[in-house]
Design a protein around this ligand. Structure first.
Ligand code: PMP
Length: 287
């Protein structure tokens, strides 16, 4: 299958989908994006993703040159054009073309890119077996630097953490914030289950507020679990009955080893499996 790509008003095939070398998205990572799933041709929680995209842009002083409604329509059109039932949308807004200085005022018009394609982060067996992870030495950005709540094109900290995971031969990494609290994985939010209570770090501490995270919190409450948004330490991970990650691309996936400590029985636990099942049902239902 070939990706469907729209750039600033025109569709291109993969070989011809190109941006300028003077685009500040490339030169400086100056831009914002969203990763969105489509289930049965329906865009999952499109309004939440648009909320976050426009808020990210506002936070970095970037005016998106397309009204929100039009952005929604663009995604619908690109998905229809792709012919795919289940796929992944990468929506990107860059600062646009400027000169070699970093002044954003030199970029008169932001660029909008919409890619419709497939995504798979890990082999399918990891969803049954769970992931082996380490905590990385590289922290996420300080909340008053590039706010982790902005889904920006600056992923180098997460990539450096991922490189630590690659060097250690594990599936993924858990990043701490600059104060040493557990923050998130390379592209996922993190949850622990301890004595039946489901806990996840609060967003105000400076993490990306995942659309999947929020959906899973809602599902957990519906299923009458006690949920808490509280700061977590690595100790809380090591001693949890279950650990799992949530993300648009990852969906819900168990973690069975953290820094060589086996979590629970060493397989994804019952709460993780139940929430993964409930999430699949919700996503395919389309609310
Ligand atoms: N944290 C980071 C750093 C991410 O890149 C993502 C993926 N967007 C998430 C968390 C999960 O967010 P979502 O559930 O909205 O995909």
């Amino acid at each position: 299958m070939s990706a469907t790509i729209w750039i600033d008003g025109q569709y291109y095939d993969k070989a011809n989908a190109k941006v300028s070398v003077f685009d500040h998205g490339l030169l400086y990572g100056d831009g914002v994006f969203e990763g969105i799933r489509v289930y049965n041709r329906r865009i999952f929680r499109v309004e939440k993703h648009l909320d976050r995209l426009y808020a990210s842009a506002k936070a970095v002083w970037l005016e998106i040159p397309l009204a929100r409604k039009e952005m929604g329509r663009l995604m619908e059109e690109a998905v229809a054009k792709s012919g795919l039932q289940d796929c992944y949308i990468r929506l990107i807004v860059t600062r646009g073309v400027g000169d070699l200085g970093l002044d954003p005022r030199k970029c008169p018009k932001p660029s909008i890119i919409c890619i419709v394609d497939d995504i798979a982060l890990w082999p399918a067996d990891r969803y049954d077996k769970g992931l082996v992870v380490i905590s990385s030495a590289t922290p996420i950005h300080h909340r008053e630097s590039v706010s982790p709540r902005v889904k920006s094109l600056n992923y180098l900290a997460h990539i450096l953490a991922k490189v630590e995971g690659i060097a250690a031969g594990v599936d993924d990494i858990i990043m701490l914030d600059p104060a040493g609290f557990v923050a998130e994985a390379s592209g996922e939010n993190i949850f622990v289950v301890t004595n039946g209570t489901i806990k996840t770090p609060p967003v105000y501490a400076g993490i990306l507020r995942g659309v999947t995270r929020d959906a899973v919190l809602e599902l957990a409450r519906e299923a009458t679990y006690v949920t808490e948004e509280v700061p977590l330490n690595r100790y809380d991970l090591y001693t949890a009955d279950e650990v799992f990650l949530t993300g648009t691309a990852a969906e819900v996936i168990g973690v069975t080893k953290v820094d060589a400590r086996t979590i629970g029985a060493g397989v994804p636990g019952p709460v993780t499996r139940e929430l993964a099942r409930r999430f699949k049902a919700l996503a395919t239902r389309g609310d």
